[in-house]
Ligand binder design. Structure first.
Ligand code: IPD
Length: 284
């Protein structure tokens, strides 16, 4: 993407993404004061959908189609539409739904835009944190907050022992046991670990240097599409293990050197499997 026409398209997509993410965040914030209604569960009883997830996704879809009626869509709560323009929007109306339910600040509206399958814009608006993260392919990543606009840069610690490593857990008990097994190894070696509860926010924390790395098995494109671009535009690496694309098997985000170390370590631990028995010997 280098021509003036391409740059104009990127500007347009970024502008729409920021506007709708902020409007959606406002709707969710105001709605939260009126009480949160759990509308349904999905993959397990712990995988909840609130009324507000649905209302916010409907608002995002309405705004996207009003601005760009021929674009495609993929949304966590079911929005799906084929694109005839090469542009597709990947949206998570409320990432960190359980945090939203309990009133923990780490939740956000995540809006990513792909052109011909490449993510070119990523916006994550977190109303309770008072932060909006914006990345455009080739143009860097920034955080907008009450103190101004900040260019983002990942940390590059020298090893796992100097690293604060975030992760997350899935919604099935079996998956969580497998993830706890992996974490039992990581926690012995890292400076410390964090479980923030919102994949999109975790990725923003990596991009901001507030944690050094984040990995999780079982997340979806709507959780990580925007955040993945925010990480790479902040100088980090974002992918799966052993050269795989980011996907449900695993996502890993970190500065380049730590990414390589954790890629090796998580591969050794078979973190991209649901292996529950510790066949790797004593945790080390
Ligand atoms: C979830 C959050 C959570 C992660 C889960 C995701 P949701 O998204 O990002 O941190 O551990 O894997 O599904 O359901 O709150 O949109």
């Amino acid at each position: 993407m280098t021509s003036i026409a391409d740059l104009a398209l990127l500007d347009e997509l970024r502008e729409i993404a920021v506007t709708i993410a902020c409007e959606a965040g406002q709707l969710a914030s105001v709605g939260r004061l009126e009480g949160v209604v759990v509308a349904a569960t999905k993959s397990s009883a712990d995988d909840i959908v609130t009324e507000m997830d649905r209302r916010v996704e409907a608002l995002l879809v309405e705004r996207i189609l009003a601005a760009r009626p021929d674009d495609g869509l993929l949304g966590e709560e079911g929005a799906e539409r084929v694109s005839t323009t090469g542009v597709r929007w990947i949206i998570d109306p409320i990432d960190g739904t359980v945090n939203y339910l309990y009133g923990i600040a780490a939740w956000g509206v995540s809006v990513a835009v792909e052109v011909d399958g490449v993510t070119v814009v990523g916006v994550i608006h977190s109303p309770d944190l008072g932060e909006t993260y914006v990345a455009v392919l080739g143009q860097g990543a920034r955080r907008h907050d009450a103190r101004g606009v900040h260019e983002l840069r990942v940390n590059e610690p020298v090893g796992i022992a100097e690293s604060l490593i975030a992760t997350g857990f899935g919604y099935s008990a079996e998956r969580r046991v497998a993830q706890a097994r992996v974490l039992s190894h990581i926690v012995r070696r890292a400076r410390d670990t964090r479980r923030l509860g919102a994949c999109s926010v975790d990725l923003c924390m990596v991009a901001s240097g507030r944690v050094d790395a984040y990995y999780e098995r079982g997340t979806h494109a709507w959780d990580y599409a925007a955040g993945g671009l925010i990480v790479t535009e902040a100088g980090g690496h974002f992918g799966g293990l052993r050269g795989a694309q980011p996907g449900e098997e695993m996502i890993l985000a970190a500065g380049p050197a730590l990414f390589a170390i954790l890629d090796g370590e998580l591969s050794r631990l078979r973190a991209d499997s649901d292996e529950t028995s510790d066949v790797f010997g004593p945790a080390n």
